[in-house]
Design a protein around this ligand. Structure first.
Ligand code: CO
Length: 457
């Protein structure tokens, strides 16, 4: 029997309409999903946290508690970016620890941790803390293709994941580039070499995902991620109902309750219709995009690049930029194109083409990456190019977070004016400006008034 993780309220909506589903919609759906027989519901982390505060004026922690209150049977799962947590810089170990503690206290059962570079050192603290607070820890390895990303590479990383004490392993194919035949080989090899439950996460962007899932299931994968139709396919996961129907009566039957799924469908349809009508969901997102397989570029990265080129009035260089991406990736030691590397490599490719000279202009993030501040590149970076970009700047080879002092208590002091709980401090630590605006509205006072008030004490 294969198990299913329902992704519609996290990755489904994040991939299709920029994570704008509100808490009421999420809670209503999760209440129904709880009876469907899923392995877990992915409902938190990724971009949901930022989006809650930035666009919806809602507390992400409150969403988590509300969903927990209606989900009594099914485990709740979140996506967590290693030492970055949900933000964009490396946080000290005590902040990672506190975030795991509070996520579990507020209702998360399974924390899926990944690192863009698959640098295992960036996962260690999150694994340790998740286990310490009684959570289930899954490590996800970012899947990509390159001369170094071979089956042996993934098998040897998977063995390290097993040693690290993770409860399960996920192959995370964020761009949807894993083909059926490669999935058969990869899953077969992993099942032979490791004992951990194995999950596959991919996207339908290139139109091959459902076929890849079938190949992976036959090769022995234990869990796959799907999204309830019509919030499925395109840039999201394949349809839950289609996969469950395809497996009906076979030894792999996930035994989902179709009556329960049918109850959720009209709600999902209404949500999809609403976001199409208000322009948040572009129906083009449901189209098959085979270009992904040619350029190995995730959908989100392509749309970012197109908007950068449009801003510069340089859409005529689009093909040149597409051809530049694999070159930049090679120079950088083949990082998988997942956040934040996808944005960094994409932006650099645009700069290389538009400035007329490769690496004449570089973003700070690329400089930091070349100094080792994101962790270890999968393959050696091009030394000539590194020299050109960072000169004699010091390169670190330790785990980047080893250079950080504990910071939670300092953050608590720093945000004492506005934070009323450790959860608030964590929101501020991750997205300072967005969280400050949100909390100001929530607690109904602005900073000036707070100062005035303190003056009278
Ligand atoms: Co995904």
């Amino acid at each position: 029997m294969v198990r299913i993780v329902e992704t519609s309220v996290r990755d489904g909506q994040q991939s299709l309409f920029a994570t704008r589903m509100n808490t009421e919609e999420v809670v209503k759906l999760c209440k129904i999903f709880d009876d469907a027989g899923y392995h877990a519901i992915e409902m938190w982390g990724g971009a949901t946290f930022d989006s809650c505060m930035r666009f919806l004026n809602e507390d992400p922690w409150g969403r988590l508690r509300s969903v927990k209150a209606v989900c009594k049977k099914t485990k709740l799962q979140m996506l967590f970016r290693g030492q970055n947590i949900l933000g964009y810089r490396h946080y000290s170990d005590d902040v990672v620890d506190m975030f795991c503690k509070k996520s579990i206290e507020n209702g998360i059962d399974i924390i899926r941790v990944f690192d863009a570079l698959n640098d295992i050192r960036n996962l260690r603290q999150a694994v340790e803390s998740t286990k310490k607070y009684g959570g289930e820890c899954q490590i996800a390895l970012s899947y990509t293709t390159s001369p170094v990303h071979t089956i042996d590479y993934y098998v040897s990383l998977a063995k390290e994941v097993e040693k690290l004490g993770a409860d399960s392993l996920c192959i995370k194919d964020m761009a949807g580039v894993l083909l059926p035949e490669d999935a058969t080989k990869l899953i077969t090899a992993l099942k032979k070499e490791i004992k951990l439950p194995l999950e596959l996460h991919s996207h339908s962007t290139a139109g091959v995902c459902a076929m890849t899932y079938m190949a992976a299931i036959r090769a022995g994968v234990d869990i796959v991620d799907t999204s309830l139709s019509p919030l499925s396919d395109g840039t999201a996961q394949p349809s839950t109902q289609a996969l469950a129907n395809s497996l009906r009566g076979t030894e792999y039957d996930p035994k989902l309750d179709f009556e329960v799924l049918a109850k959720a469908e009209p709600l999902v349809t209404a949500i999809v219709d609403k976001y199409i009508a208000n322009g948040t969901l572009n129906p083009k997102s449901f189209e098959v995009n085979p270009n992904i397989l040619t350029y190995q570029v995730p959908g989100g990265m392509l749309s970012n690049m197109i908007s950068q080129l449009k801003e510069q009035g340089a859409m005529n260089r689009y093909e040149d930029v597409l051809r530049e991406i694999p070159k930049v990736r090679k120079d950088m030691g083949y990082p998988p194109l997942v956040t934040p590397m996808s944005q960094m490599v994409g932006t650099q490719a645009v700069l290389n083409i538009l400035s007329g000279e490769r690496y004449k202009v570089c973003a700070k993030e690329i400089k930091d990456y070349l100094c080792g501040k994101y962790g270890k590149a999968p393959a050696p970076v091009d030394e000539k190019i590194r020299k050109k970009i960072i000169g004699d700047e010091k390169i670190i080879d330790c785990r980047p977070a080893d250079l950080l002092e504990p910071e939670f208590e300092k953050l608590k002091e720093q945000y004492a004016d506005i934070a009323r709980s450790d959860e608030d401090v964590l929101s501020l630590a991750l997205f300072e400006n967005v969280a400050r605006e949100f909390l100001k509205k929530r607690y109904g006072r602005n900073e000036d008034k707070a100062d005035e008030f303190e003056m009278f004490i």
